[in-house]
Design a protein around this ligand. Sequence first.
Ligand SMILES: Cc1cc2nc3c(=O)[nH]c(=O)nc-3n(C[C@H](O)[C@H](O)[C@H](O)COP(=O)(O)O)c2cc1C
Length: 340
Amino acid sequence: MDYNEILAAARECIGPYCKACPVCNGRACGNAMPGPGSKVPGNVAARNYDKWQEVFVNMDTLCPNVDPDISFEMFGHSFSAPIFAAPLGALPMHYGNKYNDQQYNAILIKAAAEYGVMALTGDGVDPEIMKASVVDMGKAGGMGCPTIKPWNKEFVFEKLDVVNASKTFAVAMDVDGAGLPFLKAMNPNAGSKSVDEMREIIDHADMPFIIKGIMTPAGALKAVEAGASAIVVSNHGGRVQGGVPSTAEVLPAIAAAVKGRVTIIVDGGIRSGVDVFRAIALGADAVLIGRPILTAIYGGGAEGFKIYMDKIVGELKSTMTMCGAATLKDITRDKVWTEK
Ligand SMILES: Cc1cc2nc3c(=O)[nH]c(=O)nc-3n(C[C@H](O)[C@H](O)[C@H](O)COP(=O)(O)O)c2cc1C
């Protein structure tokens, strides 16, 4: 199977909203929600993609001829690439009935661990979704990272107890889910967390804690203050708030504020190995990819995941070769050019 065959197969089974486009750039889906789009006016996913394309890589081939090393260290573990799967939830609503969340996560967690990377998984109103992902991570030697919504404290602690009992590699919270109606309707109320509340939550976790949904230097500093081990610079693909900047636009200032104090992961519109290179040059340590990994799994299952990852990894390595970067640490700011 090649990547085009995977996309063709995905188009047969991915539901009415996602078109499994040759490049997942947020245009065909626009504001399709339910579906893979962004909240009204529906331009955030497209902007995420577009802004990476405005970062140009600087070629320099006067350097030792080596096979680039893309291994990535995080929390004492060595990953085969700095590329992880983003959490995606409520799949039947957005992508039809091919997989429910548990079935999709089971394939993803195993395939990612076998590839030497990590899957983050989504949370949902149904608590069984997170529990099932934790069981699947257990089967993958603990490799994986469940993402918990910013429920109220009691419910977050209940969920963390499940995660602690099975010792997953890391745990995350998508704090930008704060405005979701089902959280606001909870009693006691759920949603935004103060630094003190966040610290209490992080202290309750037995593993490194990742805060997903950071979009400002101030937010990043608060995440560090609360004790996060990593942040994900993410606007949730535009699904929780319209009118926000792209992640490529906010990443450099966030990196200037917290680089070296916390691992910086970024997501949103990262679609190629060139994009991964751009993200690292602008200050990220690693990236998450969401929608295209889902398309690859709908079209080709675990094999689809591997084929997609091989494609991105090949592109990253070839960009490193062309730009004189032997390791990820060599992908510095001067390796890219931007107009501003
Ligand atoms: C259908 C769908 C469901 C998502 N569900 C979650 C979720 O449950 N938790 C979460 O943190 N992010 C969720 N996200 C956001 C993704 O993790 C990611 O931040 C976003 O899609 C941007 O990455 P991408 O452009 O590579 O897809 C979801 C995104 C989509 C499209």
